[in-house]
Design a protein around this ligand. Structure first.
Ligand SMILES: [Zn+2]
Length: 354
């Protein structure tokens, strides 16, 4: 009875009001209520924020997390940037949905830790940085902040095979407005690009994971693109995000992890704008990646374990820069005035190379 009634009550409780953001106190109640409602979920504190707020790890496993070596270990973490609210909201929706009977099959193969909120202090005041004024997603090398230290301690304990860092991008800048178009993908999915990330992992990400994610997200009614930053094209290079290793995605990637970043579209006028749709988009993409991992679990585990066993005596890349490869790309965009969508073709992409 417990397992039937509580999820129903939770589905009402988790999303109390339309277009309102979940507070830290509400999030705390929700994660513990979800824990109470199910045997496959256990909530643990993985650390504390600068201001002493809890960092919750939601451990999903059909037995004891991490004990069964046949399982593939997956780490999802959201809202390193406190003003990117749909990551947290999507993660809470995902947590609730994963307890539904139709998703239980995933845990035949997967042990998942979901951290819905890495930066609760920033979230409470809707600001990007943590309470020390640090950008947590530039802190994965120096690890000076309690939030990033907690995350890497957790990673080091379990050595996850797959990771996903959930963010938002803001397409409504002045320069794009003047250009006449906004980037419009509901979900952008970014791959590792630093050359210290094993080549097999970068190729697998591009050739197998990316097409699956595109199809999955499109099928569920959300637009999708490989993550692009920069532009507009007459002003700034469009490129596949940073090649530095101090962010979440690359810092785990260089440790031989199949690692990704997810970028939902931010609200136009406030962080709560259209939040239900945005949260659904984030949840949908996260669920898509879990399904991919389930379908390909043994292949991924083999690739990761082979890479981690290798003696890494190759060249070490300290610093990289994007250069133009001449490759043409498609940028989903919408007209600033009419809202009509277009695909921008034949923009020169600056992508990484040696
Ligand atoms: Zn971000």
């Amino acid at each position: 009875v417990k397992n039937i009634i509580l999820p129903f009550l939770l589905s009402i409780m988790v999303f109390p009001q339309a277009n309102r953001l979940t507070t830290y106190d509400e999030l705390s109640s929700i994660v513990y209520a979800l824990d109470e409602s199910s045997d496959i979920l256990k909530v643990e504190l993985i650390g504390k924020s600068v201001s002493g707020r809890n960092l919750y790890g939601m451990f999903f496993s059909e037995n004891n997390f991490g004990e069964d070596q046949d399982k593939i270990k997956v780490l999802f973490f959201a809202q390193q940037h406190g003003n990117e609210q749909s990551g947290k909201e999507g993660a809470l929706r995902l947590a609730s949905e994963l307890l539904n009977p139709e998703n239980k099959f995933l845990f035949k193969k997967i042990d998942l830790v979901l951290i819905p909120q890495v930066n609760p202090d920033g979230s409470e005041i809707d600001k990007r940085l943590n309470a020390n004024g640090m950008d947590l997603n530039r802190n994965h090398l120096i690890l000076s902040e309690p939030e990033t230290i907690s995350l890497h301690k957790l990673f080091n304990k379990y050595l996850f095979h797959v990771s996903l860092d959930v963010h938002e991008y803001y397409p409504y800048s002045k320069s794009w407005k003047e250009f006449g178009f906004y980037k419009t993908a509901d979900e952008q999915f970014g791959l590792t690009s630093n050359l210290n990330v094993p080549e097999s992992i970068r190729k697998y990400s591009k050739q197998k994971v990316l097409p699956f994610m595109r199809e999955w997200v499109n099928d569920k009614g959300f637009s999708f693109n490989e993550y692009l930053v920069g532009g507009p094209p007459n002003l700034e290079r469009l490129r596949h995000s940073t090649v530095d290793i101090n962010d979440g995605r690359q810092s785990l990637g260089v440790q031989g992890t199949l690692s990704f970043i997810l970028e939902g579209k931010n609200g136009k006028d406030s962080s709560a704008d259209n939040i239900e749709f945005r949260a659904e988009g984030q949840k949908t993409a996260m669920l898509g990646l879990l399904n991919f991992v389930y379908d390909n679990a043994s292949e991924i585990k083999l690739m990761i374990s082979e890479e981690r066993e290798k003696d890494k005596q190759g060249p070490v890349v300290i610093r990289m820069e994007h250069v133009s490869s001449g490759e043409s790309i498609i940028v989903p965009a919408q007209d600033v005035n009419t809202g009509i969508g277009y695909f921008y073709n034949n923009l020169k992409l600056s992508s990484c190379s040696k």
